[in-house]
Design a protein around this ligand. Structure first.
Ligand SMILES: NC(=O)c1ccc[n+]([C@@H]2O[C@H](COP(=O)([O-])OP(=O)(O)OC[C@H]3O[C@@H](n4cnc5c(N)ncnc54)[C@H](OP(=O)(O)O)[C@@H]3O)[C@@H](O)[C@H]2O)c1
Length: 287
């Protein structure tokens, strides 16, 4: 099997490279500098040359607030480029593994009460910001293409590579005694290492369709920060605050929990407690 990773320089792309380097598979990872997926002609030329059997699409426009000011750019990457890759996969009858987000859901407080176990894969979508809308449009582009796909929705993604909440908290703690952290948004972290391991199981098991993949648990960002500093042995004064303390351009859902019941039943898939995922990530960072 020959695998092409797009967006290979991002958080998840680099995790895939690290994982596949330890496997007996042929793969090529292209960073955005080498392959701009919004250039459909160049992308199609690269695909024709490489003739992959599987595309792992880690290319994404992920700047949630900036997307409010440049929706065209967000949709170019998260919808149009995804549609182009999916069309190629449909024509060549190969699979695409693509990643999406909890932000495709409305994430209301009412939903938190009605669906305490989190959103299931077939729950009606209704994004509340441009980023979420562009990611949902990408999901539809894949589904409309008729290709064989694995569409994995993750939330609060963190890993050794790139930037994420864990690294931001540790960095901020370097020169602050007190930190305010939002305590009214609920969800669960997803660890990039666990994502690639479990997605590999789905690929090997020839699975198809939409899956939610996160760690186990339901926490706020404040809970997450508390555990990060506890595990890292950092002494800092943490203050829980409401989202209103940090006004952002893009609206954030109050409820980001994804139900992982479907994926948990797939043979070989192993979901971890979020504290365990954090521990393993901090060990990788040597914190
Ligand atoms: N991070 C999260 O908390 C989170 C949560 C839920 C879902 N997700 C989803 O998970 C997936 C992986 O996210 P991530 O955290 O790995 O994101 P990331 O670190 O921002 O990586 C995205 C990668 O896509 C590349 N890219 C952007 N535009 C491109 C283009 N036109 N052509 C080729 N590559 C392009 C970026 O390159 P440049 O850096 O050069 O722009 C970057 O390397 C995404 O689908 C994201 O929507 C992430």
């Amino acid at each position: 099997m020959r695998i092409l990773i797009t967006g290979g320089s991002g958080q998840l792309g680099r995790e895939w490279v690290s994982f596949l380097n330890r496997k007996e598979v042929e793969f090529i990872s292209l960073p955005s500098a080498d392959l701009d997926v919004t250039d459909h002609a160049d992308t199609n030329r690269v695909l024709s040359n490489l003739r992959p059997d599987l595309i792992i699409n880690c290319a994404a426009y992920t700047k949630v607030d900036q997307a409010e000011d440049e929706p065209e750019k967000a949709f170019q990457v998260n919808e149009k480029a995804v549609g182009n890759l999916a069309k190629y996969c449909a024509q060549k009858k190969i699979k695409i593994l693509h990643f999406s987000t909890d932000y495709v859901f409305p994430g209301t407080k009412e939903d938190m009460e009605k669906f305490p176990e989190g959103y299931t894969e077939d729950h009606p979508t209704k994004p509340i910001n441009v980023y979420g809308s562009s990611k949902l449009a990408g999901e539809k582009a894949i589904q409309d293409s008729g290709c064989n796909y694995l569409l994995i929705r993750v939330s609060w993604l963190c890993g050794k590579y790139g930037s994420n909440f864990v690294k931001t908290m540790l960095k901020l703690a370097e020169d602050r005694d007190t930190l305010k952290v939002v305590n009214d948004q609920f969800g669960c972290p997803t660890f990039a290492k666990n994502v690639v391991e479990n997605c590999w199981q789905l690929i090997e098991g020839n699975e198809e369709g939409v899956f939610h993949l996160t760690s186990k648990g339901k926490i706020t960002w404040y809970d997450f920060a508390s555990e990060i500093f506890k595990q890292a042995g950092v002494d800092i004064n943490l203050e829980p605050v409401d989202s209103s303390a940090f006004p952002t351009k893009a609206k954030r859902p109050a409820f980001s929990l994804l139900s992982t019941e479907k994926i948990a039943n797939i043979s070989g898939v192993s979901l971890i407690e979020w504290e365990e995922g954090l521990k393993s990530m901090l060990a990788e960072l040597k914190v």
